[in-house]
Design a protein around this ligand. Structure first.
Ligand SMILES: Cc1cc2nc3c(=O)[nH]c(=O)nc-3n(C[C@H](O)[C@H](O)[C@H](O)COP(=O)(O)O)c2cc1C
Length: 365
């Protein structure tokens, strides 16, 4: 397989030249140093070990303290965090890799225990998620009913993405990915199950996409479109997400992204196999031809399916999540048709070196 592998050929995503098309998906691992949510040396080792990826997309990283929703996730809003990330980007570059930062605000997935001053988390509308979410101790509490953002607050929120992008570039990142997926703040504005606003940020498709447009414009002002990507997850039901017409919403969003000239669009699964009710399903591959730039696909790919989708033009590149957790040398294993390590799900979120930086490479096995 490796001789005629499409996955292992180079590709260009905007200003990013990748030696292969196997991308490390963004993976929250909850191991930043607390207090401060500062990237640390253990994280440096983890990312350096994975520098063989065509591109590393960092774990989701809160742009403001209010954007945090899980314990020990790193931020990009303080000098200490910026310095921590700088140490990491340098290590990845020294190993010959490339890394972009995923810009994150969790919206209603947060809890007042994370919020400065113990205030309520914010969202497009005051609608709670059913069930329980994390608090800083790592325990779970019922999700709270968030406070709907005032129209006048939104420009400041948008500027926070621009400031975070400035810090990301100063820390040496090759670019940024705007996290508009998985039921976090921007996704909450896009889908009509969570956005019941009556101002210019709700109602019509144009209005629901306005926050994403404004965030992209602000980020692009700092990084340039050729170093900016965006991630969406049209059929992802997690975090209580639903849309009455996911195809209508996301075919519109994807077409409307074209004028931005982004480095890439990243479409994350699920597909028709989604366990919850995200709304009427469709084949995510149908979105690919609507986008005029390169598309990264993701969700439960193995090498064979990645090769097929790239060859068929259904993806320019494929992001691997869990396979990169368990296989720091994933690309090398693809090249050699070597077996993969089994992931240990009990160490995905939080903890120390175990299940984080101790997965063996082929050489070590
Ligand atoms: C431990 C873990 C952490 C994740 N963290 C993030 C994240 O920070 N940002 C994001 O967009 N997706 C996140 N995801 C979703 C992954 O990026 C990816 O979409 C998912 O794992 C499916 O791809 P895979 O089958 O290749 O693992 C996470 C998934 C896992 C398992």
């Amino acid at each position: 397989m490796s001789q005629d592998s499409a996955l292992l050929t180079p590709v260009t995503l905007g200003a990013l030249s990748l030696p292969n098309r196997a991308i490390m998906a963004p993976l929250t691992r909850c191991r930043a140093t607390v207090p401060g949510n500062v990237p640390n040396e253990m994280m440096r080792t983890y990312y350096r070990q994975r520098a063989g990826a065509g591109l590393i997309i960092s774990e989701a990283t809160q742009v403001v303290p209010e954007g945090q929703g899980y314990p020990a996730t790193p931020g990009i809003h303080s000098d200490e965090q910026q310095a921590g990330w700088e140490m990491i980007t340098r290590a990845v570059h020294d190993e010959g890799g490339r890394i972009v930062l995923q810009l994150w605000h969790v919206g209603r997935v947060s809890h007042s225990d994370f919020q400065p001053g113990g205030k309520l988390p914010v969202a497009p509308s005051a609608i709670a998620i059913d069930g329980e979410g994390y608090v800083p101790s790592g325990e779970k509490k019922p999700f709270e009913t968030p406070r709907a953002l005032e129209t006048e607050e939104i420009p400041e929120l948008v500027e926070a993405y621009a400031r975070a992008t400035e810090r990301a570039l100063a820390a040496g990142f090759d670019g940024v990915e705007v996290h508009a997926a998985n039921g976090y703040l921007i996704d909450e504005f896009l889908r009509d199950g969570t956005n019941k606003r009556t101002d210019r940020y709700g109602g019509t498709l144009e209005n629901r996409m306005r926050l994403l447009r404004e965030v992209l414009a602000a980020v692009i002002r700092v990084a340039g479109a050729e170093r900016t990507g965006v991630r969406i997850s049209p059929l992802q039901p997690f975090n209580g997400m639903h849309d009455s017409d996911p195809w209508g919403t996301f075919s519109y969003v994807v077409r409307e992204l074209n004028p931005f000239g982004l480095a890439y669009l990243h479409i994350a699964g699920m597909g028709e196999d989604a366990p919850g009710d995200a709304g009427p399903a469709f084949d995510l591959a149908e979105l690919v031809p609507l986008f005029e730039g390169p598309v990264i696909r993701n969700y439960q790919y193995d090498q064979a399916r990645a090769e097929r989708d790239i060859e068929a033009g259904r993806a320019a590149a494929v992001a691997f999540g869990v396979p990169f957790i368990a296989n720091p040398d994933l690309v090398e294993r693809f090249r050699l048709d070597a077996p993969l390590n089994e992931p240990d799900t009990s160490t995905f979120y939080g903890g120390g070196e175990k299940g984080y930086i101790d997965y063996p490479t082929l050489d070590q096995a």
